[in-house]
Design a protein around this ligand. Structure first.
Ligand code: NI
Length: 148
């Protein structure tokens, strides 16, 4: 279901989200809503607080609607390593029409639970690395404009 995306400075966007204790059907329903809402808004990432749910869940797809599209859902994502630097003009579905250069790590390693609750570790570079850093920031109540 496509959910309304909260727009800054909505107070929920400044709050910290909470860890998911069990990945269950309600988590998977939340993940589906996040994907539906992200694709409907033409985004490449979305975090649960952006639809008003303070849980540590993010979704990403840096190549939406393309044959090589690889939708990724991450529950309780934790970035373990940061390497290098990359600057990229970021936007955010919660700050429509704004885009600013932000410095991020170029390569990261992230650990998370997948939709089945299985722990995964993934090395990310380029746009995916940027998107994971941007979306995990949302779980801490941080917006990309806070980095400028
Ligand atoms: Ni955002």
């Amino acid at each position: 279901m496509v959910r309304e995306i909260l727009v800054w400075p909505h107070p929920v966007l400044k709050q910290k989200a909470h860890p998911v204790t069990t990945v269950d059907d309600s988590t998977r329903a939340l993940i589906k809503d996040l994907f539906d809402s992200m694709y409907a808004a033409d985004g490449v990432g979305l975090a649960a607080p952006q639809i008003g749910v303070l849980k540590n869940v993010i979704v990403l797809d840096t190549t939406p609607r393309q044959p090589e599209a690889k939708p990724l859902a991450m529950v309780n994502p934790e970035i373990l390593t940061y390497e290098g630097k990359i600057e990229y003009k970021e936007g955010c579905l919660s700050i429509p029409g704004e885009a600013e250069d932000v410095d991020r790590a170029a390569i990261i390693t992230v650990r998370f639970l997948d939709e089945q609750g299985v722990e995964q570790t993934l090395k990310c570079e380029g746009l995916l690395a940027i998107a994971v850093q941007h979306e995990t920031d949302h779980l801490k109540g941080t917006m990309f404009v806070d980095h400028i």
